[in-house]
Design a binder for this molecule. Sequence first.
Ligand SMILES: *Cc1c(COP(=O)(O)O)cnc(C)c1O
Length: 370
Amino acid sequence: QETDTSTGAIMPPIVTSTTYCQESPGVHKGFEYSRAQNPTRFTYERSVMTLENGTAAFAFASGMAAINAIFELLPPHSHIITSHDLYGGTYRLLHKIKKRSQNLSVSMVDCNDAKAIEAAITDDTKMIWIESPSNPTLSVIDLKLVSKIAQRHHLIAVCDNTFATPYLQKPLDFGFDIVVHSATKYLNGHSDVINGIVVTNNTEYADQLSLIQFGEGAISSPFDSYMVLRGLKTLAIRMQRHCENALALAQWLKQHSKVKRVIYPGLATHPQHALAQQQMRRFGGMISIELDTDLEGSKKVLENTKLFQLAESLGAVESLIQLPALMTHASIPEAERQKAGISDNLVRLSVGIEHIDDLKADLDQALQYC
Ligand SMILES: *Cc1c(COP(=O)(O)O)cnc(C)c1O
């Protein structure tokens, strides 16, 4: 993050001005109107651009607005390939809005299966969209494999990097064209901003995204941009603690009698553990567990945690617990949900930065209810 050159202020000022004085018509300091250019937003965009090793970044009012901007790159009737396990909001945007407004079609495939991806590609396929680790089943997708297929078939390769953050993995370094974040989660990290950001290293997509951001106007506000800038200062140390706590908790949960299965990329039992070791610095702060009970028993556990707050969202300093089947992934039809491995007893934990002993004690007492 750069200091303010006009005053030397360590933190970038929150510039709320909507417009900027011009010396002569068309002669200005690069700022005309704040939907197009805003100094606070620019500082934020440059900061995440640098973290992701990109050459351009565009900040939006929410993660969904950022994701929507990426789909706007596509002409009508385009076909998109996505991984099975997709953020609920992305699924809803594609199936309930983009199908109707842009005639986009979607194939959900196992993106670690090169043959399955190749088989899904048609003449209309324009984009491949993955999340790794995915939500909520935490499967890790081989970034190199996907980007190679995308390059071969001239598809835009997009990675939703919300769960990993650039601290753990930088998809552009693996050949991806575009990275997107719900900055609402780890980038901001304090459960007090809704925001999204897109990063690319491709000048053609950058030009189009710039036009889409300016033309559609779903920009990140100066205040929200400032908030995420502030959060970014501690991203690395927060991630260290999230990862440390999550690994310790996953190992402890594995031994717990009420827990049938623990899904965490840092465990040797995770199907893509070796892959995660190759492409991630550490394994993140998200854990999913299958409880040894049914929907009712799972609900009881969630009603009885005290430190883990029962809430949607993730990636903030406080620990959260939720039930995807009834909460974040309720908009996905049951059959699709089952296919993606989201059973009724699957519980997702967003492990915060509290003391590990407190986290264990809380889960231990809540698990007695099932
Ligand atoms: C939360 C989330 C989004 C959507 O972001 P918002 O900021 O809520 O609009 C997209 N992708 C993933 C993986 C998310 O967790």
